[in-house]
Design a protein around this ligand. Structure first.
Ligand code: FAD
Length: 464
C-alpha cells in the first residue's frame, strides 16, 4: 500500500465526503464523483430527509477529521421526545437522565456542504459533480461514468475504488452482476414509506413548537415526527403504509381525504402545516429499506462503505452516524494494518460487520417502539424508571438508547445485546411492581443488573 495510490470515491454524500477528507489528510490522492449537482450552489429539491439527528458516534468521526466545531455551529440540540396525543396533549420523555446527553438536529445539505468544502481545501482532492457512475469493472478497477453536463461517457482507472454511493450503490450492483465472487446480499423494505412536509416559522421567524425536542405523533399504524431547522421551521416526516390500513399512501389522493386523515389523527399538527395539501400531493414518497451484504470488498480493489454497505431504516437516527463511524473504524485499521489493501479491507469488515448488522436490527426494533410503544403506559413506566436510574447512578446505569447514541466507545453489537437484556429486566420489574412502590433505587438497580446478567448468560448458552 503506497501513499501515492490514486483513490476513486463514487458518491460525495455524507460518508463519501468525510472519507475523502480523511484520506486526503492521510496523504492519498482522491478523485470523487457525484451524480447530483454541487449542493452548495444548487437548490437540490426536498424529499430526502432535509434534517437528521447527529449524535456522539457521528461527532467522534467529525472530530477525527477536524470538523466537529463547524458542525456544532449548525446544530440544534434536542433533549428528548415530545409526544403528541390525538387530543393535542403533549408529554416529554428525555433521551437521557444524565446532563449533557442530547441529540442534534442538523441540515443534511449544510453538513454535506461543510465536508465538501473541507475536503476541497486539500489540493490532492478533486470533486466532479453531475457525474454518475454507471458501472464498475471490478477486476480492472475501472469505474464508468456519464457526465450530465457534456452527455459524454468516460472511464476512470483507480488503484482503489470506494463505493459510498448510498443505498442504491452502483458498485454494489456491479458486485452481483459481475459474479466474480460469492456475494451475499439482502434488501428488505418496510411496508411503510415516508413523505416530508413543513411547519414554517412564525411571522417573527421563531419556531412554533418547542425546538428543544424531537416531536412524535405515535398512532400505531401511522407516525409523524418533526425535527427543528435553524430558520425556525420544522421538517415533518409522515411514515405511512403504501396500501394497508384505513389511510395509506395509495388512498390519500384527494385534498378532502388528506384533510380528513390529518384532522382525525394529527389535528394539532394540521394547524401548523399551512401547505399540507400541496405538499402532500406533490412531495415524493421515499422507501424505507435495510441492506445487508458481504463481502464489502473485492480483493485489493474495491470497498463499499456507508449506506452502500449497510443501509438501515431511520428509526434510531443512526444511519449517518454509523456511516461516519465507518470512517473512524477504517482509519484505525489503516493505522494498525500494514498488510496492503486486501488485508485492510478484510480487517475492516471483520471489525465492523457485526456492529452494522446490529444497528440495522435495532433500527427496525425502534420503528415498532416509536410507532406503537412510546405512548404505552408500561413503556412509559419503564422509561421513567430508566431515567431515574440514569439520573441517580450516572456512572453505573446506561439505557440501551444511551449506549447506542451517547456511548461511542461501546460497539453497536454490545449495546444491542446488553440493551435488550436490560429492557427485558426493566419491563419485568415494572410489570410486577407498581412504580410508586419502587422507592429504593439502589435495590432496583441491583435487581435490574442481576436479571440483566442472568438473561445475558441464558442468551449466551442459547447461542452455543
Ligand atoms: P448517501 O447520503 O445516500 O450519499 C450517497 C451519495 O452518492 C449521494 O450524494 C448520491 O447522489 C450519490 N450517488 C448515488 N449513486 C451514485 C452514482 N451511481 N454515481 C455517483 N454518485 C452517486 N441518519 C442519522 O444518523 N440520523 C437521522 O436522523 C437520519 N434520518 C434519516 C431520515 C430518513 C427519512 C432517511 C431516509 C435516512 C435518515 N438517516 C439518518 C440515514 C442517513 O440519511 C444515511 O445513513 C446517510 O445519508 C448515509 O450516507 P451515505 O453517504 O452512505 O449515503
Amino acid at each position: 500500500m503506497s501513499k501515492k495510490d490514486n483513490i476513486v470515491i463514487i458518491g460525495a454524500g455524507l460518508c463519501g465526503s468525510l472519507l475523502a477528507l480523511r484520506l486526503a489528510q492521510r496523504g492519498y490522492k482522491v478523485a470523487m464523483y457525484e451524480s447530483r449537482p454541487d449542493l452548495r450552489v444548487t437548490d437540490i429539491s426536498a424529499g430526502r430527509s432535509i434534517n437528521l439527528a447527529l449524535s456522539d458516534r457521528g461527532f467522534k468521526a467529525l472530530r477525527l477529521c477536524g470538523v466537529e466545531e463547524k458542525a456544532r455551529e449548525i446544530c440544534i440540540p434536542m433533549y428528548g421526545r415530545l409526544m403528541h396525543d390525538r387530543e393535542g396533549n403533549t408529554f416529554a420523555s428525555n433521551y437521557s437522565g444524565r446532563e449533557g446527553e442530547y441529540i442534534n438536529s442538523i441540515s443534511r445539505g449544510d453538513l454535506n456542504g461543510i465536508l465538501l468544502t473541507e475536503a476541497e481545501k486539500h489540493e490532492n482532492v478533486t470533486i466532479h459533480f453531475n457525474t454518475e457512475c454507471t458501472s464498475v469493472d471490478i477486476e480492472n478497477t475501472v469505474a464508468h461514468f456519464k457526465d450530465y453536463n457534456t452527455k459524454e461517457e468516460f472511464s476512470v482507472d483507480g488503484d482503489v475504488i470506494f463505493g459510498t454511493d448510498g443505498a442504491g450503490s452502483a458498485l454494489r450492483k456491479s458486485y452481483y452482476l459481475e459474479r466474480k465472487f460469492l456475494f451475499s446480499y439482502s434488501q428488505n423494505f418496510l411496508a411503510h414509506g415516508y413523505k416530508e412536509l413543513e411547519i414554517p416559522a412564525d411571522k417573527l421567524g421563531n419556531h412554533q413548537i418547542s425546538k428543544d425536542h424531537l416531536h412524535i405523533w405515535p398512532r400505531g399504524e401511522y407516525m409523524l415526527i418533526a425535527l427543528p431547522n435553524l430558520d425556525g421551521s420544522f421538517t415533518v416526516t409522515l411514515f405511512l403504509s403504501y396500501d394497508e390500513g384505513e389511510y395509506n399512501f395509495n388512498n390519500l389522493t384527494t385534498e378532502e381525504k388528506i384533510t380528513e386523515f390529518f384532522e382525525k389523527e394529527f389535528s394539532d399538527a394540521l394547524d401548523l402545516i399551512p401547505s399540507i395539501k400541496d405538499e402532500f400531493l406533490n412531495n415524493p414518497i421515499g422507501a424505507l429499506g435495510t441492506v445487508k451484504c458481504s463481502p464489502w470488498h473485492y480483493q485489493n480493489k474495491t470497498l463499499l462503505m456507508g449506506d452502500a454497505a449497510h443501509a438501515i431504516v431511520p428509526f434510531y437516527g443512526q444511519g449517518m452516524n454509523a456511516s461516519f463511524e465507518d470512517v473512524t473504524v477504517f482509519d484505525t485499521i489503516l493505522d494498525t494494518h500494514e498488510g496492503g489493501w486486501e488485508a485492510t479491507f478484510k480487517a475492516y469488515e471483520k471489525a465492523r460487520k457485526e456492529d452494522t448488522d446490529a444497528i440495522a436490527d435495532l433500527a427496525i426494533d425502534n420503528f415498532y417502539e416509536m410507532r406503537d410503544h412510546v405512548a404505552n403506559p408500561l413503556f412509559k413506566q419503564k422509561r421513567k424508571l430508566e431515567m431515574d436510574l440514569e439520573k441517580t447512578f450516572p456512572t453505573e446505569y446506561f439505557s440501551k438508547y444511551s449506549m447506542v447514541t451517547f456511548n461511542e466507545e461501546i460497539p453497536y453489537a454490545e449495546a444491542m445485546k446488553k440493551g435488550r437484556a436490560q429492557d427485558k429486566a426493566l419491563l419485568n420489574m415494572v410489570a410486577h411492581h407498581d412504580l410508586d412502590t419502587i422507592t429504593d433505587l439502589k435495590e432496583a438497580l441491583k435487581k435490574v443488573q442481576e436479571e440483566t446478567n442472568e438473561i445475558l448468560e441464558e442468551d449466551k448458552i442459547a447461542g452455543l
